[in-house]
Every structure is written in C-alpha cells, then in structure tokens.
Design a protein around this ligand. Structure first.
Ligand SMILES: Nc1ncnc2c1ncn2[C@@H]1O[C@H](COP(=O)(O)OP(=O)(O)OP(=O)(O)O)[C@@H](O)[C@H]1O
Ligand SMILES: [Mg+2]
Length: 220
C-alpha cells in the first residue's frame, strides 16, 4: 500500500504573534512508498509529529489530501476511517500510550479485541519478537520505559499492517533494543510495508532507504 499526500498543511490556533495562527507544517507533497523505510528527522517543534499524524489519518490537515492506494482517507466517515486504520495502519505514538487498566497481553491484543476478534496468538508472537512474552500479566505501571515502548511497538505490529508509523520509537531504549527495533522496522519494509519513522537517532540513518529533514514546518 502506498501513501500519497498532496499539498497538506497544518495551522494551529496559537495566541501571540501577529495573527494567532501558527503554521506547524507548510504545504507539502509527500509519498511513503511500499517496501521502503522512510525517515524524518529534525529539531523539536519543527512539525514532525504533526506531519506524521496527518499522514496516519489521525489529524485532519487544514488543507490538502491524503490517499491510501487512491482512497482519500479524510473523506471517510469516522467509524470507517477507524476500522481502516485498525486493519491497515500500525501506529507507535510519541510518548506513553499504554491503557493502564489492561495488562501487557491485553494491551497488545487491543487491535483485535476492540473489534471482537481473538488476537491472543498474534499478540503472543509479537511480544515474543520484542522479548516481552514473559510480561503477559504485568500491569503497565510496573514496566520500565523500554518495556512500555516495546509493548507499544508490539501492539502496532500485531495485525501485520501494510503501513507503519513510528514517532520516536526508540527514545527510551538502550542500544541493543534500538538496533532490534530498527532491524524489525527494516524487515517490515523489506516484506513490503510502507514504513515512516520520525527519530533523533542518527545511528538509525543506516537503516533508512530515504531520509528527510524537517525545519520550522518545512520538509526538505
Ligand atoms: N494542538 C496544537 N495546538 C497548537 N500548537 C500545536 C499543537 N500541536 C503542536 N503544536 C505546535 O506545533 C509545532 C510542531 O509540533 P510537533 O509536535 O509537530 O513538533 P515535533 O517536530 O514533533 O517536535 P518534537 O521533536 O519535540 O516531538 C510546535 O511548535 C507545537 O508547539
Ligand atoms: Mg514529535
């Protein structure tokens, strides 16, 4: 599946300045090709998460369109888009995303249970891949930062998505786990997924097929 964005931009309302309108992402065209790992880096506040969220079908652009294999995602109805995302898109958000009332296995299974499906085996396999299979029954508040991160990644991959977004996926991981995560993201791309990663990690550049720099809302 290929993602194509046409002239998307995002303005936020922000008090101050001359107009109270802040342009977080300037108009840009962008493609996330299937079978490649695309990387975006750039300074804090440059608009990386905003761009990623618009591409992932989570944040409606102020203007512009986002197509998944020709389907204009922001023209879908809300429930339709949610189901589409659950089926086709993996998403590792920046920061903490555990559901605190669910244990680790239940968190990873969530993309199945939300739709009344049984995802136990798939969840266990994803957890195995990231070395957290022995934490099934542990609650998120007992996990280390790195374990929480690996749980979020396992959840994003549990349905074998064709498109994967990861926003700073290795921020709190050690070198070994960082390499494991990028190795897996690369593998997914090689298996045919369209993968987009936002990162500060310069070590990760060697995994990338394409690298973009973001600076004050401009993608270069
Ligand atoms: N909901 C919002 N309302 C107003 N301004 C926002 C909103 N979300 C983000 N911004 C602003 O837009 C700019 C871009 O934010 P964004 O989160 O995309 O940056 P980023 O490049 O991901 O930064 P970081 O590396 O710190 O995660 C920032 O200046 C931020 O303050
Ligand atoms: Mg960000």
């Amino acid at each position: 599946m290929e993602v194509i964005a046409q002239q998307i931009r995002k303005e936020y309302y922000r008090r101050g300045g001359s107009s109270n309108i802040f342009m977080a992402v300037e108009p840009c065209d962008f493609v996330i090709p299937a079978g490649q790992l695309t990387l975006i880096h750039g300074r804090s506040g440059s608009g990386k998460s905003t761009l990623l969220n618009m591409l992932a079908g989570i944040l409606r652009p102020t203007e512009g369109r986002v197509f998944y294999d020709g389907t204009d995602v922001y023209r879908m109805k809300d429930v339709e888009l949610s189901a589409f995302r659950n089926l086709h898109i993996g998403y590792v958000p920046q920061g903490q995303s555990a559901v605190s009332s669910l244990n680790v296995l239940e968190n990873v299974m969530l993309p199945y249970t939300l739709y009344g499906e049984d995802g136990r085996d798939a969840a266990l396999a994803a957890m195995e891949r990231f070395g957290i299979a022995d934490l099934c029954e542990v609650m998120p508040d007992r996990l280390s930062g790195g374990e929480l991160r690996r749980m979020a990644i396992a959840r994003a991959l549990v349905r074998n998505p064709q498109v994967l977004f990861a926003d700073e996926p290795t921020g709190d991981l050690d070198d070994e786990n960082t390499a494991a995560v990028f190795g897996t993201l690369k593998e997914l791309a090689q298996e045919g997924a369209a993968v987009l990663v936002v990162t500060h990690e310069e070590d990760s550049f060697r995994y990338a097929d394409r690298i973009f720099d973001m600076n004050a809302g401009k993608l270069g």
